[in-house]
Write a new protein. Structure first.
Length: 335
């Protein structure tokens, strides 16, 4: 998420000894992908953390090597948007979100969404138990702290739930739990996997109202590729997403090992082990569902796409179902 105010950390190149313990703990051979496959880049949407641990597992276990790929994981961040390296061909696949992709397509970018990592959007309204926001209507009469860049998100939530946004006081804040804890606001617009986690690490209980449970159906952590790659580099796309699927299933099976591997790979990133463990736990219900259990990681259907199109329309983005292409996933999960 480009509106999150996090300290920028440098990317660490994984050394041969660095992932051996984590890979062994994850139950597969302690090896790294040898640099003899086809080089491709996966452009991540944010800075390195357990948010992308499934990808780290795919790399550390040599899963991508088995697919004939030498995958580089490029971190995102406030100054590293996902779409430019993908459209230029520097990255084969990017981790984006349906609204960002729709905006890029509206400007002529030839993107398709080829997989969906987060089945439920992580945007949430966080509050404290003494003054909770349990439903969108509870926001009326309250002060909400948020980045002004997220106004379309709040407006969409209000529209979808018949909430009068004029009855909500918007307070521009930095991306931190501090304004809520200081009583400067009554709630925060944030991701369910970060500010509520930051409060929990401090021993503060919070109430998290997931916007996806109130009509905000917008695919997040989506895999995007260009039309040209779908035509010319299908085998690489299948191999990359197969590795992602295997990595994320391994993450789900052993969160502790996934966190350990993340910390080993990026020791200079300033990652707090307790926060990473809580984030890992809270990602699971967002990324896995009855749909993925039935069809495989990253899956989407005509019905989920239709709900996304409705939400995007509320956000002012007019898109068709052609924005999504499931053909790569169908090859990944065939049989």
């Amino acid at each position: 998420m480009t509106d999150r105010h996090l300290s920028l950390s440098r990317r660490r190149v994984l050394a041969l000894g660095g992932a051996a313990t984590g890979a062994a703990a994850l139950g597969l051979p302690a090896r790294l992908a040898a640099h003899d496959g086809t080089p491709v880049t996966l452009q991540l949407s944010w800075l390195h953390s357990v948010q992308f641990a499934g990808s780290y597992i795919a790399k550390a276990r040599g899963i991508w090597h088995g697919e004939g790929l030498d995958v580089s994981l490029a971190p995102g961040g406030p100054n590293a948007p996902v779409e430019p390296p993908v459209v230029s061909g520097r990255a084969l696949v990017g981790v984006s979100a349906a609204d960002y992709t729709a905006a890029a397509v509206a400007q002529g970018a030839p993107f398709r969404i080829i997989g969906v990592a987060m089945q439920k959007n992580p945007f949430a309204i966080a509050s404290l138990p003494a003054n909770p926001v349990n439903a969108p209507a509870d926001m009326m009469g309250k002060r909400i702290g948020m980045a002004l860049a997220n106004m379309p998100v709040l407006e969409a939530l209000c529209t979808l739930n018949d909430v009068d946004i004029d009855r909500i006081e918007i307070v521009p804040t930095q991306y931190s739990a501090a304004p809520l804890l200081a009583g400067e606001v009554d709630c925060l617009l944030c991701w369910a996997t970060d500010l509520p986690v930051a409060m929990a690490v401090q021993g503060v209980e919070s109430v998290t109202m997931l916007m996806a449970d109130h009509g905000y159906a917008l695919h997040s952590q989506t895999y995007i590729a260009t039309d040209e790659s779908l035509r010319e580099r299908r085998a690489q796309l299948v191999g990359l997403l197969r590795g992602e699927a295997m990595g994320w299933e391994a993450y789900r099976a052993d969160l502790d090992a996934a966190v350990d591997l993340t910390l080993e790979m990026f020791p200079d990133a300033g990652l707090d082990p307790e926060a990473q463990r809580l984030q890992a736990e809270r990602q699971v219900p967002l990324m896995f569902s009855e749909l993925t259990d039935a069809h495989g990681f990253g899956w989407f259907t005509e019905e989920t796409v239709a709900r996304n199109i409705e939400t995007l329309a509320v956000l002012g983005r007019d898109v068709s179902a052609d924005l999504w292409d499931r053909s790569i996933l169908e090859e990944v999960h065939a049989g």
